[in-house]
Design a protein around this ligand. Structure first.
Ligand SMILES: Nc1ncnc2c1ncn2[C@@H]1O[C@H](COP(=O)(O)OP(=O)(O)O)[C@@H](O)[C@H]1O
Ligand SMILES: [Mg+2]
Length: 333
C-alpha cells in the first residue's frame, strides 16, 4: 500500500487531530457529554462550530477529487449526528444511532482515504472517543489453530475501541467451502461487539461490491447491522487527471506544458490494461515518472539546475512508460 495511510496509536494515545484533551475528556455513553463543550449548543451552527466537524467536511470536499455521492452521504451522516446532539441537549432520549458501514468499490477508489476522514468526523461529533482508524484484514482477526481466533479478534477490537475498525476485503472472513473455518468465530465476536458497543466503535467492512453482496447474503446477521452502504464508483478519466494534479502539487512537482496531455493519453491506455487500480495507479505512475525525471537530470553532471528543472515532469518522463509500448503492441479496435 506504499506509504502508510493510517497509524495505530496505543490505547489512550491522543490522536493528532483531537482538540486539546478531547480524547480523554469525553466519556462514552452519555450523549450530551460527548462533544467537549457542546452541552449548551442549541443550533446546528453551534454544534458544528464547537465540534470543528465543519472543517473536516470542508477538507473532505476540497482535498478529495470527485466522489460526489460519497461526500453527500457523509454530510447526511454528519447531519444525523448533529441533530442527535441537539436532541440530547434538550433531554430527548434515544439510543445512539447505528453507524456501521460498508464501503464497496474497486481498488484505489478512495475507500481507505475516506474511512480515515470518517473516523475524524465521528470523533469531532463526539460519536467515538478517539477517532483513530485500525485497518485490518482476515489474517489479523483469524488464527491458524483452534483457540487462536477469539483472542486475536478481541485484541484487534480492543485496539479499535473508541475509533473505527476498517476490515478490508471483509468477505474473506467467510469461507463456506471450509466447514470448520475459524472466520465464523471472528464474525460472531464482531456481531456481538457491533451490537453492544456501537456507541464507541464503528465497523467499516470494505471490498469489491459483488463479493460483498454475496457475503452479506450468506451473513444476514452482519448485513442487518450495517446501517450505511457507500458505493465508491470508478473515477472518470478527468477525475484521475485532477487527482494527478493534486498528487503532484502535494509533492512540489508540476507537469511541463504538454506533459499533462501525455499523462491523459497514458491514462486512456492504462485504464484498459490489466490491474488498473484507479487513483492508486495514478499515484504509482507519477512515482515512476519522478524516477525517470531524476535519471534524466542525473545524466547532466555539470549542469546547475533551477528550481523549475527540479520540479518539472516532462512529457518524455511519461512517454517512456511501458504502458505506451504495450498499447502500441496491441492496438485497441
Ligand atoms: N478522490 C481522491 N482525491 C485525491 N486522491 C485520492 C482520491 N481517492 C484516492 N486517492 C489517493 O489514491 C490512493 C489510493 O486510495 P485508497 O483510499 O487507498 O483506495 P482504496 O482503499 O479504495 O483501495 C491514495 O493514495 C489516495 O490518497
Ligand atoms: Mg484500501
Amino acid at each position: 500500500m506504499g506509504t502508510p495511510l493510517y497509524s495505530i496509536p496505543g490505547p489512550g494515545a491522543p490522536t493528532p487531530e483531537s482538540p486539546a484533551g478531547a480524547g480523554q475528556a469525553a466519556a462514552s455513553g452519555a450523549a450530551a457529554a460527548r462533544v467537549p463543550g457542546a452541552g449548551e449548543a442549541h443550533t446546528v451552527g453551534e454544534v458544528l462550530a464547537q465540534s470543528q466537524a465543519a472543517q473536516v467536511l470542508d477538507e473532505l470536499d476540497r482535498e478529495l477529487v470527485g466522489l460526489a455521492p460519497i461526500k453527500a452521504r457523509i454530510r447526511d451522516i454528519a447531519a444525523l449526528l448533529v441533530i442527535d446532539k441537539l436532541r440530547a441537549n434538550l433531554g430527548i432520549q434515544a439510543q445512539a444511532p447505528s453507524l456501521h458501514m460498508s464501503f464497496t468499490g474497486n481498488p484505489g477508489t478512495g475507500k481507505t482515504t475516506v474511512a480515515l476522514r470518517m473516523a475524524q468526523i465521528l470523533h469531532r461529533l463526539g460519536y467515538v472517543r478517539r477517532g483513530h482508524l485500525v485497518a485490518v484484514t482476515r489474517d489479523d482477526l483469524v488464527g491458524q489453530y483452534i483457540g487462536h481466533t477469539a483472542p486475536k479478534t478481541r485484541e484487534v477490537l480492543k485496539r479499535a475501541m473508541g475509533g473505527v475498525l476498517f476490515i478490508d476485503e471483509a468477505y474473506y472472513l467467510y469461507r463456506p467451502e471450509n466447514e470448520r473455518d475459524y472466520g465464523q468465530e471472528a464474525i460472531e465476536i464482531l456481531l456481538q461487539v457491533m451490537e453492544n458497543q456501537r456507541d464507541d466503535l464503528v465497523v467499516i467492512l470494505a471490498g469489491y461490491k459483488d463479493r460483498m453482496e454475496t457475503f452479506f447474503r450468506s451473513n444476514p446477521g452482519l448485513s442487518s447491522r450495517i446501517a450505511h452502504h457507500l458505493d465508491f464508483p470508478d473515477y472518470a478519466p478527468a477525475d484521475l487527471l485532477s487527482i494527478a494534479d493534486k498528487l503532484l502539487t502535494q509533492q512540489n512537482y508540476r507537469f511541463a506544458p504538454g506533459a499533462r496531455a501525455t499523462f491523459a493519453e497514458y491514462l486512456a491506455h492504462r485504464i484498459r490494461q490489466p490491474h488498473f487500480a484507479n487513483a492508486r495507479s495514478v499515484r504509482n505512475a507519477l512515482d515512476r515518472a519522478r524516477l525517470r525525471q531524476a535519471s534524466r537530470l542525473f545524466a547532466e553532471v555539470e549542469r546547475r539546475f533551477t528550481a523549475e528543472d527540479l520540479t518539472t515532469i516532462e512529457s518524455a518522463d511519461i512517454r517512456a512508460s511501458r504502458v505506451f509500448q504495450a498499447a502500441a503492441a496491441s492496438p485497441q479496435p
